[in-house]
Design a protein around this ligand. Structure first.
Ligand code: DC
Length: 237
């Protein structure tokens, strides 16, 4: 695929700092920031509004969600009316600003569950590729370097120790006025890691051609600086 400007992908587990770093890198490069997790979160929210919250909660249990419920979830994903504004920082669902709502921890858990449904992922592929069709995009997620944009020019895998990630997430939530307890957040992170890495379709995985960065001992500026070094060396290669 040839495009006027490159696509940079950043995959990694929950809480590794992908959002902060991806936004900062997109700003530095003058690129669009594509937050694919926000898309899955918005599907979870839209499904809840249609009374399908409990179907999502059941979808990974042995008795599971029904075939009809799965079909409805897939159709919600296929018809999602989502808009990104403010350089990808604000999200609208059916015209309503849901930027804060989608950040709630229970929406994150449901996003993780709904994203394990193959038809939901399929329905969202086109949307993600359309947004990035002209390049000049920093895309973050779990499978952006492996499945959504396998031909991306530069790929990163950003990871960090789970305890470090839990501390960061607690800080983020408290800063937003959302109550948070470290042990609970750590348990949630571990549950999400297991689900995101263990699912059959497009699991969280490090792309073979990605540069891995461990942010356990690096702040966001340090990670962005390292990414810029890689981008510069690729440009000069
Ligand atoms: O990055 P995040 O926490 O906003 O993502 C929420 C959930 O969405 C995550 O637990 C798994 C899912 N997700 C996904 O399956 N694929 C992506 N590319 C991005 C997110």
């Amino acid at each position: 695929m040839s495009r006027p400007r490159p696509i940079v992908t950043i995959d990694g587990p929950a809480g590794a700092g992908k959002s902060t770093v991806s936004r900062a890198l997109a700003d530095r490069l003058g690129f669009v920031y594509l937050d694919t997790g926000a898309i899955y979160r918005t599907v979870a929210l839209a499904a809840d509004a249609e009374g399908l919250g409990s179907a999502i909660d059941r979808s990974d249990a042995p008795q599971g969600a029904s075939v009809a419920e799965i079909a409805r979830l897939e159709s919600i994903a296929g018809g999602l009316r989502i808009e990104f504004e403010d350089g990808g920082r604000r999200v609208r669902l059916d015209g309503r600003d849901v930027s804060s709502e989608i950040r709630r921890p229970e929406v994150g858990q449901r996003a993780s569950k709904v994203s394990a449904i193959p038809g939901v992922r399929r329905a969202l592929l086109d949307l993600q590729r359309r947004i990035a069709s002209r390049g000049g995009v920093v895309a973050e997620g779990r499978d952006v370097g492996t499945v959504v944009f396998p031909d991306a020019e530069v790929k990163f895998f950003l990871t960090a120790d789970p305890v470090v990630r839990a501390h960061r997430r607690v800080g983020d939530l408290l800063a937003r006025g959302i109550p948070a307890v470290l042990d609970e957040v750590l348990a949630e992170i571990e549950a999400r890691d297991a689900r995101d890495s263990g699912r059959a379709v497009a699991p969280l995985a490090c792309p073979a051609d990605a540069v891995t960065i461990d942010s356990s001992r690096l702040d966001a500026d340090g990670v962005v600086a390292r990414m810029e070094e890689v981008l510069t060396s690729r440009k000069n290669a």
